[in-house]
Structure formats: C-alpha cells, structure tokens
Design a protein around this ligand. Sequence first.
Ligand code: NAD
Ligand code: MG
Length: 390
Amino acid sequence: MKKISIFGATGSIGQSTIDLIRRAPGAYDVVALSGGHNVAQLARDAIELQADIAITAHDARLEELRSALAGSGVEAASGAAALVEAASRPADWIMSAIVGAAGLAPGLKALEQGTTLALANKESLVCAGALLMQTAADHGARILPVDSEHSAVFQALVGERIEEVERIIITASGGAFRDWPLERLKTATLAEASSHPNWDMGQRITIDSASMFNKALEVIETREFFGVAPEQIEVLVHPQSLVHALVGFRDGALMSHLGAPDMRHAIGYALHWPDRNALPVARLDLAAIGQLEFRAPDLQRYPALRLAQEVMRRGGLSGAAFNGAKERALDHFIAGRIGFLDMASLTEEGLATLEAQPGLIDASMTLENVTRVDDLARRAVDQVVTQRTG
Ligand code: NAD
Ligand code: MG
C-alpha cells in the first residue's frame, strides 16, 4: 500500500485527488488530510479514508473538527505548526494543494523527508523556487508538477534532454473575460470573475485566470521548475484548453500534450508516475472538435504577464513579493474593496515598494526571509488600498 497525505484535501485539487484514491480501494494508506473552514467535509473524508490525522488550518475550528471526528480514531489538529508536523509524517506521496503561500512551509517539510511531492501549489515555486528545488535535491526528494501545463511539459520531456529545449509554450484559456472589450474589464464583478469557461477550480485561481495572474505565476513556475531562461517561455492563448503545453526542441520539433480539461489527468499522472494508469477522464474526439484555436496574448489587457517578466529579471525574493502582493490584492477584490483592474496596479505598487527597500529582495532565500517579504508585500498593498479608499 502506498502511504499518502493530501494538503488542501477539501479544495478542488484535493477533492479530485480523493476521487482517484476512492476508485482504488486498498491501494492507499492515508496518513494526513488537511483543510480550512470546511471541517465537516474534512472529517467525512478523513473517516471514510481512515486517515491517521486531520488538520484544519484554523484554530477556531479545532473543537468542531474534534467533535466531528469523535470515536473515529482519527486524530484532530489545527494551525500552521500542526500542518508542518503532519508533513513530516512518513508518506510515499504527498499532494501539495493548499492555495497560496501557506503551502510553502508544509511543502518544504514534506521534501525534507525525501518523499515524492505532487505540487499543485504553484505559489510555493513562485515564492521560493530555488529553495524548494534545493531542498528536494538535498534530501533525495522528487517534485512532480500537477499544474496542467507543467505536467504537460514534464510529459513532453520524457526521454528528452532539457539542454535541447529551445522554448516552452504554455497555453492560457484567457479566462472569463477573454472576449470582453478592455473598457468593460474595469466594471467586472466578483461573480463574473469567479466563473471559468473551461475549468472547474477554486475561486482564487479562477479569478487569477480571468486576470492572467495565474498564467503569470505559471510562467515563473516554468522557469523555476524546468530551469529554462525567461526568454524561452511563451504564453499562447488557446480558448479550448485542450492543448496544455508544447515543448519546442532545437531541431524545430514541437511536442505537445492534449487532453480534456480535467485536473485528474495531471493528478493521476503524478500519482502513478513513472507508470501510466487508466484514468476516468473524457477521451478527446478530435474529429468532432474539428479545429484548434490559438492566438497571441494581448499584453495591454494582461499587465500580469509583463510583471512576471520583471520578476524573473529581478530574481531573488521578488517572486515572494509579487505573489504576496497579488494574493492580498485578490483578497481586497474578493472583499469588494477594489475593482478588477486594480489588482494589477496594486500588485505592481506593492512590488515596487518592496524593491525600493535596500537589501530586502536580495536577502538569502530562507523560509524566514520569504515569509517576511510575503508579509511586507501584503502590508504594502494594504497601505495603498487605505490611501486609495481614504
Ligand atoms: P481551493 O480553494 O479549491 O482549495 C484550497 C485548499 O487549501 C482547501 O483545502 C483550503 O481549505 C486550503 N487552504 C486555504 N487557505 C489555507 C491556509 N491559509 N492554510 C492552510 N490551508 C489552506 O484551491 P484549488 O483550486 O484546489 O487550488 C489549490 C492549489 O492548486 C493552488 O495553488 C492552485 O493554484 C493550484 N492549482 C489548481 C488547479 C485547479 O484546477 N483547481 C489547477 C492547477 C493548479
Ligand atoms: Mg495551470
């Protein structure tokens, strides 16, 4: 039996992972499951899968979790330190599917036990790519990408050498507003930004898809994970979300990965790697689809893509500053305090504020420094919001 843990088990990726686990009774021994506010769901899954421990991120929910687990034999815990402790419990395969920078500390701890980390939590690579990759190397751990584009690139690279890669093209659906006139974006509401044309995902990544911040994070994720230069990474708008990525080699050949927009594809690939196993995903009927559509991204419409280039050029802890500012700007948009387009300008201002502080971005990449920069970036954004809203 493969021992597994799922961090962010109650979310969209977590539930898709559990769906695959459930279909293979007896194949997995579940160690830890974590969630946030949705304690009832967490307890139900932990009892059904006979997990050793269930952790809620929120201390205020611990009593509720305890009583939901009463008599089940599943241990209950809460808070960031408990998450990290659970990540140190021996497991052969650990899913990192917490949303946001909060996924970094448990991810690092998981790598320290030399396990296989299935990484959906792209924010940790954006904030601390070098630290994550070095920790994996130091402990003989392996990171398998779960983001659909990165899983696609990973699969296209099987049997290939990274030195022979000329370019990596990741596709973007364009999100909820791809066909809106630029003027109208200013008035985009939370409800409009929270619905995705192709993918069923958590609310935060869905809004990030509409603003292209998700693609900006993914460009940086590509650089950090595959070690290619920023100039080698291209974004291609592909509204159908069937081609997930393409890898171009020095002989001009392009290898691509196509599949239905269903995250169980990438999750299942990471779960069964290096083997392939049957997955309950739709099979593409290309004759019925008829045509694949591609277009270049409009950089005016998507300032996030420009910011990603600047972050990669700057290096150091600018990824942590960028992500922290972006996360906080998104909080403000969700809370109704700012407009859709303000997310980009706030992120840019937050990033600039941190970059102006001598030595901050160039401090060594430790968990402590990354956390500090993340926190300062959020505060910088709060300050701008206070100034703007009076
Ligand atoms: P989600 O919002 O559906 O779920 C997030 C999970 O993290 C939940 O279990 C939640 O309880 C937990 N969580 C939230 N805040 C937390 C905190 N501060 N501390 C601890 N736990 C916390 O998100 P999702 O869509 O499943 O995305 C998860 C991750 O996977 C993100 O990094 C996202 O970018 C990435 N991803 C998601 C998809 C997708 O299809 N959903 C695709 C590619 C990558
Ligand atoms: Mg993706």
